[in-house]
Design a binder for this molecule. Structure first.
Ligand SMILES: Cc1cc2nc3c(=O)[nH]c(=O)nc-3n(C[C@H](O)[C@H](O)[C@H](O)COP(=O)(O)OP(=O)(O)OC[C@H]3O[C@@H](n4cnc5c(N)ncnc54)[C@H](O)[C@@H]3O)c2cc1C
Length: 375
């Protein structure tokens, strides 16, 4: 086996999945994260079958499904006046025996991964940042914010899209704006509301609005809009209502359920894709640190956890570590690039309604179909 002890920097979905998969293969793993405590509240996520396939292999699927809402029925597309446009089946990217998607709350999925990592013997040091690193011979030396310096067979940088360590790995790609912004809210739904996306009939409000059930009683709502929050005197919940004002049918109920205590936030949607090497010596960047995509096909977390499991397989296989890392990278890049290209095209069409030959349904379907074969 090439690696025996690994430092994972960042305890998001990428870092935790890597930590669990490595620990299950006999590797001694420590996870550091700059947060002092894990978040207890958070937004909803659509998690697709190819992520569930990874969670099944980690042995954490049942717990995640226990807190989630499986979505077997695909998604309904509406016009803003509430008229049903079409119904899309979501490809079963995890294979025929897993739901195509589930709706879940981020802290529930994260909590299940943390508990599994602890059960597998992973050590955690919260409130600790990676400060610097260098490769010395066959080991990586990492200095942390607690003042300690230690040696590792491999350091995995899973710091997310705003990774500070990425540049120190010689990666020059920069984070870019997608031209879109997004509001997200967790709110109540009626039992017969099964998930949908609505497209505007006029301009001035949201580019589109969608929702995904996360339980029998709740859903998360997303409102796609311009990349900067509109400058006005409205409180956040009032601004979301304003953006949703032209959306009716099921969206009337959702809009009215958003009030001053609703958990919501706004962010500009950014992206990055690193096609070149993700590692230098014994330090490697993974997950959103090297590929963050606009959430227009809901594949972000799925691609991250695929990365992590596949990496664990490669670095614990027999053979030269450099060759294993190169082989890992060669397997990941084409698969991820297909999704990146699709989401950037979708983001462009969101901003230019009426683009001739725009066919978002086809582009989404093709991108997801390509992920059905396991990576
Ligand atoms: C608006 C939005 C909606 C999304 N919706 C979906 C969806 O529906 N479905 C889906 O699959 N994906 C979705 N995604 C994408 C998904 O959230 C990400 O792909 C995934 O969370 C990235 O995981 P990560 O572990 O790579 O990074 P992160 O979740 O960002 O985790 C990075 C961790 O590293 C820590 N850290 C950073 N720097 C340091 C340091 N120097 N030292 C120590 N710790 C450090 C941070 O505290 C953090 O805990 C969405 C993304 C956005 C922005």
């Amino acid at each position: 086996m090439s690696v025996r002890n690994v430092l994972v920097v960042g305890g998001g979905f990428t870092g935790l999945t890597a930590a669990i998969a490595l620990a299950q293969r006999g590797v001694d793993v420590t996870v550091v994260d700059k947060v002092r405590a894990w978040a207890r509240v958070g937004h909803g996520l659509t998690i697709q079958g190819n992520a569930l396939r990874v969670f099944r292999e980690l042995g954490v699927l049942e717990e995640i499904l226990g807190d989630a809402f499986p979505e077997e029925d695909g998604i309904t597309l509406f016009l803003a006046d509430g008229t049903e446009l079409a119904h899309l089946d979501t490809p079963r990217t995890g294979g025929p025996d897993l739901p195509p998607t589930i709706g879940a709350l981020r802290p529930d999925v994260h909590g299940a991964l943390v508990r599994k990592a602890e059960a597998e013997g992973v050590a955690f040091r919260l409130g600790t940042e990676l400060v610097s690193f260098e490769t010395v011979g066959a080991t990586a030396s990492a200095t942390l914010s607690d003042g300690t310096t230690s040696e590792w067979d491999l350091v995995i940088v899973a710091e997310g899209i705003h990774s500070r360590s990425r540049a120190a790995l010689g990666i020059t790609e920069q984070v870019a704006s997608s031209g879109l912004g997004i509001w997200r809210a967790v709110t109540s739904r009626k039992p017969d509301m099964r998930g949908g996306i609505a497209f505007p009939l006029g301009s001035g409000g949201a580019y589109k609005v969608g929702y995904t059930p996360v339980s029998e009683t709740h859903c998360y709502v997303f409102v796609l809009c311009e990349p900067q929050r509109t400058a006005n005197d409205l409180a956040d919940w009032q601004e979301v209502r304003r953006l949703m004002a032209g959306f009716h049918g099921e969206f009337d109920f959702l809009r009215e359920s958003i009030h001053e205590d609703t958990f919501l936030n706004f962010q500009e949607i950014e992206w990055i894709f690193v096609a070149g090497p993700w590692h230098r010596g014994r330090v490697l960047a993974l997950g959103e640190a090297v590929h963050a995509i606009p959430p227009l096909v809901a594949q972000g977390a799925a691609l991250c956890v695929e990365d992590a499991l596949l990496l664990a397989r490669h670095v614990t296989a027999e053979g030269d570590l450099e060759e294993q890392l190169a082989a890992f990278h060669a397997r990941r890049v084409p698969r991820i690039k297909g999704v990146v290209d699709a989401t950037l095209l979708l983001a462009e069409w969101e901003q230019r309604p009426g683009t001739p030959d725009a066919d978002p349904g086809r582009v989404m379907d093709e991108a997801l179909q390509a992920l059905i074969p396991a990576p």
